[in-house]
Ligand binder design. Structure first.
Ligand code: ADP
Ligand code: MG
Length: 206
């Protein structure tokens, strides 16, 4: 993946978030404040606006800039959390021009760590981490079996989807959904859902 490919992926992410805005908002409405779709669409729209000015930069600098844009453009928790994820990935890639599957997995590792630190959260709390962590584990496993990058990403998407299903079975203990506690059981987590869409965009682009 070079920066041109990354710009393409970021545009696709923006489009997907626009398409899924109402559904993500509906999911958030059931357990929290109903703004997740709006937040994600707004964040990726702000990223889209930045792309032109980022042409010619290294991949790490682009990722860092995406992260900072998400943090500043989005109110609420998902913007700063996704923003941290992109910034951590950017720091790791700072001297790179391109990214291979091993780099991508290292970025995902840094992203998960970043979200856990910033959100003071872990797996099993009904958050985006319940899609991110299983996806990362599945991708590491697929990669260690020497599957091609697209298959590695597809394994990640499949695991993220299972993660989303798992969030229906547990109560939220982090984020706004934790205010309703046990009553959040039966509903899927909006952030785990949006992460699955974003990873799916990457898988489709490879
Ligand atoms: P807000 O909760 O501020 O309204 P959003 O609705 O945009 O922000 O995002 C909600 C999503 O953010 C949740 O569905 C969950 O996946 C994720 N989230 C919230 N708090 C945390 C946390 N502490 N750690 C990880 N993810 C979190
Ligand atoms: Mg919300």
């Amino acid at each position: 993946m070079n920066t041109e490919k990354l710009f393409e992926i970021l545009s696709d992410m923006h489009q997907t978030m626009e398409q899924e805005k109402d559904f993500l908002t509906e999911l958030d409405n059931a357990i929290a404040d109903g703004d997740h779709g709006i937040n994600m669409a707004k964040g990726l729209a702000a990223v889209q606006e930045k792309i032109e000015g980022l042409k010619g930069q290294r991949i790490g600098a682009v990722l860092k800039s995406v992260g900072m844009t998400l943090v500043s453009a989005v109110g609420g928790s998902a913007g700063p959390l996704y923003g941290t994820a992109f910034m951590k990935a950017g720091m790791l890639m700072s001297d790179k021009q391109t990214m291979d599957i091993n780099d991508f997995l290292a970025c995902m590792d840094a992203a998960v760590e970043g979200v856990m630190a910033r959100g003071r959260s872990t797996e099993g709390e009904k958050t985006m981490l319940d899609a991110m962590i299983p996806a990362l584990n599945a991708m590491k496993k697929a990669n260690s079996e020497n599957l091609p990058p697209k298959a590695v990403l597809e394994a990640g998407v499949a695991a993220a989807k299972c993660g989303v299903e798992y969030t229906k079975t547990i109560a939220a203990t982090k984020g706004r959904a934790s205010y309703i506690g046990e009553r959040s059981i039966g509903h899927q987590d909006p952030g785990a859902t949006s992460f699955t869409y974003l990873l799916d965009v990457v898988a489709n682009a490879i």
